[in-house]
Design a protein around this ligand. Structure first.
Ligand code: PMP
Length: 447
């Protein structure tokens, strides 16, 4: 039971009433202390950026386009930038025209606007389980009935999606859309196989589905491989959300939505109600970045850096982790998903982890229904190679200690201790335990 002393409680809208800052949000306030190795924040390593080049082009923007840069702009975003973003999408194999694009304040605003456009309270949205914490937040702030489709090493189990669609049909309901991150998923670290992309597109046709394709990590495959975009398979059925956060920098807060024209028109009206227009200053900076700088070489640099860090993390996990712990093996992106025996609650463990000077994001934040208590996300893009080794060592030591404790309490053969390495799925066990209040995400920097 939550003791409520909030004098405004009777005034809140339904969508805000149950929101409350969780203990986890409070813990995240300390994870950026230097003594803590943080694998929590989904942060790009901007040390790889040429700050001199950014400083120069930003000065040029103010000097050469100052009055435009400091003025309001149109709600759809600058046409010149939309033309460039269409080129960025093309590198990820996703076709679009500049008119189909709407520039947003990060991909996050894109996810929120799409939820606002399509979701009434109680509407069903299907998504991978686990899925992006900010996607869960966007959906829960519109009171969606978020249902998860399990994943394995090849991404969303489209056979189970088909089952979920059949269940909905029997209930006389339909999903408003299916939210998916096909490439190097956050937090799973896996990609949708080519066969399943085709299957998903077929299911979309067969069941008259709308897909929300989140391309945040599409250009971050370690080898430069580009998976087939859903938008290239069934363009009329796909709303695509993109971001410059992972290929340039999150600080410019520049993302976009590509949507069929009638949808795009509505999204512009909804966005104008939220923030009128994207900032001209940052749009011009991004535009100039894309037109005057070797931006693809920068992406390549990010990819090489993250490949090295991922290898370091995977090697350290292999060397240090107890046999009962399982994890995914990413070929791109920024994340590894770790699954521990059911007897360990990763939300409860976070405080101990922080005392042991290592931080992660507990799995529950990536589900809308309380699953994920036996999982956690590690981000490998931000910490240095040395710190990754140190942090994995600290986490492994902590988990060893927890397992020893469980063995003492339950005996070595207890189901609470069962290893997870043989399970094909990216599990979402550890049901419930979330309490009565909702927190749409762990907060600052977790992305
Ligand atoms: N989608 C996914 C899958 C993400 O991981 C993120 C950020 N971590 C976003 C969207 C949004 O990021 P931003 O708002 O910085 O573009």
């Amino acid at each position: 039971m939550r003791l409520d002393t909030d004098p405004y409680l009777s005034r809140y809208a339904d969508r805000a009433r149950d929101l409350a800052a969780s203990e986890i949000r409070a813990l995240f306030a300390v994870v950026n202390r230097p003594e803590i190795v943080s694998f929590a924040g989904g942060m790009p390593d901007t040390a790889a950026m040429d700050l001199g080049a950014v400083a120069e082009l930003t000065a040029e923007v103010v000097r050469d386009h100052g009055h435009t840069a400091l003025q309001y702009g149109g709600g759809q975003g600058r046409e010149e930038l939309r033309e460039q973003l269409v080129e960025v999408m093309a590198r990820g194999g996703a076709p679009a025209t500049p008119d189909e694009l709407l520039v947003t304040v990060g991909g996050q605003q894109g996810l929120e606007l799409v939820a606002k456009c399509f979701v009434d309270p109680g509407d069903v949205v299907l998504a991978e389980g686990p899925t992006y914490v900010g996607g869960v937040g966007a959906l829960s702030s519109h009171q969606a009935d978020l249902r998860h489709v399990p994943m394995d090493a090849e991404g969303m189990r489209t056979d189970l999606l088909e089952e979920a669609l059949a269940v909905l049909k029997r209930e006389g309901r339909r999903a408003k859309y299916v939210y998916t991150i096909p490439n190097h998923q956050n937090p799973g670290g896996v990609s949708l196989s080519e066969e399943r992309r085709v299957h998903l597109a077929e299911l979309a046709e067969e069941h008259d589905l709308l897909l929300l394709e989140d391309g945040a990590y599409s250009l971050l495959d370690f080898e430069g491989h580009v998976g087939t975009s859903l938008r290239s398979l069934v363009p009329d059925r796909v709303v695509y959300v993109g971001t410059m956060s992972k290929t340039f920098a999150p600080g410019v807060r520049t993302g976009w939505i590509a949507a069929p024209t009638p949808v795009r028109e509505r999204l512009v009206v909804l966005r104008e109600a939220a923030d009128l227009c994207p900032g001209n200053l940052t749009q011009l900076v991004v535009e100039r970045w894309l037109t005057t700088q070797p931006w693809e070489a920068q992406v390549k640099e990010y990819r090489a850096l993250y490949a090295e860090k991922a290898r370091t993390m995977l090697d350290a996990l292999e060397a240090e982790m107890p046999a009962e712990v399982a994890w995914t093996r990413p070929s791109g992106g920024m994340f590894v998903w770790l699954t521990v025996p059911r007897g360990i609650d990763t939300s409860a463990l976070l405080a101990k982890a922080i005392v042991n000077r290592v931080a992660y994001v507990p799995g529950r934040g990536f589900f809308g229904d309380g699953q994920g208590g036996d999982a956690l996300r590690l981000c490998f893009s931000y910490a240095s190679v040395e710190r990754i080794r140190e942090g994995v060592g600290r986490l492994a030591e902590l988990l060893q200690g927890e397992l020893a404790l469980l063995r003492d309490v339950f005996g070595a053969d207890a189901p609470e201790l069962a290893g997870r390495r043989d399970e094909p799925g990216i599990t979402g066990g550890g049901q419930g335990g979330g309490g009565t209040s909702r927190d749409p995400g762990p907060g600052w920097g977790v992305a």
